[in-house]
Design a protein around this ligand. Structure first.
Ligand SMILES: [Cu+2]
Length: 461
């Protein structure tokens, strides 16, 4: 959220990310799908392809335009004031987060409702992999963050708990010391997000609108009204639409210079295949690219035990994990004992499986190609083939400049490349009655975990 806000502020330094207090819609006397926010003056239409408002015809995540399913939606449930009150009965972060908890006091559970309310059965907001295409995602999440901040304040003032260190235990894959996802966030550990630094220096939340018997006009917007039976602010319906901003602002109080290193925001999760640009010297054309096989070899870390154990005699035997065997340990003759080398920029992957990125950079052309291999450190040895693109060598191309660390491709036989990825895959296999490896591999990378360099498995084999 901070990164988005900071990037927006490069374009308009007055921008603050608004939060969508969906309790205002939950409390409406009529169907909340009739809320004024689903008009062109606010978020645009709520049903079908978004064609009105500021996000009209924005791209969605499913090879189509941004799509919603608000109207007649029975799947989702907006956040209610009772939901928030339930969260604010608790004192420990572990009571309001999932994992480890479930139930009425868990922020995560209440957070799910608006996703489904906006997305319906097939809209972008309903799916983890497409929700961020809808800008309402960020407004919803800013509100979730606001609830968390209310909880933190309660921890301090009512519960006498320091929220910056009250990190829950048993949070599989969300451990306090685990690095955050995202290339430029990996400098931070998860628990760093609990620091007061953020709310002290970067942002604060305007209080949600409220009204009372004494102050029935307290909602503070012409697009809200005070429900005089319950004294809560509620959204007006679409019939009240007219131009002017309504939603509460999340105000940035410290216009910090934008950190240079948030320039390249990307997530290290392999959900979609990588899209390369196929550009050579500025001209994109995938027909000018060929592919050659690259093998990535990874050895198990000799001093690491993965959290999956053999079971016998009535309990898990935790001396070694299920993948360990003395024969497997033979492979460590080719590795070295000791704690694996860690690099500050590299993610930890406690599951054992992780991606290894391989990129080709042209030396005599301007162009790059990236793909990744998945290897698995639980196994004694994994070998994974990937197929990396490079510019197709010109038929008369002769390039004789000696250069170490580079691979030279020419059109002379044997060619080590194929003109399509599938052909390159097939090339690494002998096609006969049975499939066998052809051994035609151009390049092998071996993953090292050692600080000493250079060292290569080939020296020992
Ligand atoms: Cu979400």
């Amino acid at each position: 959220m901070i990164i988005l806000e900071e990037v927006l502020r490069r374009y308009d330094s007055s921008v603050s990310l608004p939060y969508w207090d969906s309790t205002l819609d939950f409390d409406m006397a009529t169907d909340p799908s009739q809320s004024i926010i689903w008009t062109s003056q606010f978020l645009g239409n709520g049903q079908g392809t978004v064609t009105t408002g500021p996000f009209a015809r924005w791209p969605g995540g499913q090879s189509r335009l941004l799509t919603r399913g608000v109207i007649n939606n029975r799947r989702g449930r907006l956040i209610s004031k009772q939901n928030i009150a339930n969260v604010l009965t608790r004192c420990r972060t572990g009571d309001v987060s999932s994992p480890p908890s479930i139930g009425d006091s868990v922020i995560e559970a209440h957070h799910n409702g608006p996703h489904n309310f906006v997305g319906g059965s097939s809209g972008d907001m309903s799916f983890l992999q497409t929700a961020t295409y809808d800008p309402v995602f960020f407004m919803h999440h800013a509100f979730v963050d606001y609830i968390w901040e209310l909880f933190r304040q309660r921890q301090r003032t009512v519960c006498n708990i320091n929220p910056t260190i009250d990190y829950p235990a048993n949070v599989n894959l969300h451990e306090a010391d685990r690095r955050m996802w995202g290339r430029n966030l990996s400098e931070y550990r998860n628990i760093d997000g609990y620091a007061d630094f953020w709310t002290e220096n970067w942002y604060r939340y305007e209080p949600a609108p409220s009204c009372s018997r004494q102050n029935p006009n307290g909602c503070g917007s012409q697009y809200l009204e005070c429900d005089l039976t319950r004294y809560v602010c509620v959204s007006r319906t679409r019939s009240a639409a007219s131009p002017a901003p309504r939603r509460r602002k999340r105000a940035v109080i410290h216009p910090l210079a934008v950190a240079e290193d948030i320039e390249d925001i990307s997530i290290n999760i392999q959900y979609y295949p990588l899209q390369n640009t196929y550009s050579v010297d500025g001209e994109p054309d995938s027909r000018n690219w060929v592919y050659f096989p690259v093998q990535v070899v990874n050895m198990r870390l000799s001093d690491y035990t993965y959290a999956c154990y053999p079971y016998y005699e009535g309990e898990y035997q935790k001396a070694n994990d299920i993948y360990f065997s003395p024969l497997g340990a033979y492979i460590y003759n080719f590795s070295k004992p000791g704690t694996p080398k860690e690099f500050s920029k590299c993610m930890k992957y406690p599951s054992g499986a992780f991606p290894v990125y391989v990129q080709s950079n042209g030396i005599n052309y301007y162009g790059a190609y990236t793909d990744y291999a998945i290897v698995d450190s639980r196994l004694p040895l994994t070998s994974s083939m990937i197929y990396i693109g490079v510019r197709k060598p010109p038929s008369d191309g002769v390039w004789n400049r000696p250069c170490s660390g580079a691979i030279r491709l020419t059109q002379t036989l044997p060619k080590m490349f194929k003109s399509s990825i599938t052909d390159a895959v097939v090339y690494t296999w002998k096609l006969g009655d049975q499939l066998e490896y052809s051994g035609e591999i151009s390049m092998v990378f071996t993953c090292l975990y050692d600080e000493n360099w250079p060292w290569h498995m080939a020296k020992r084999l």
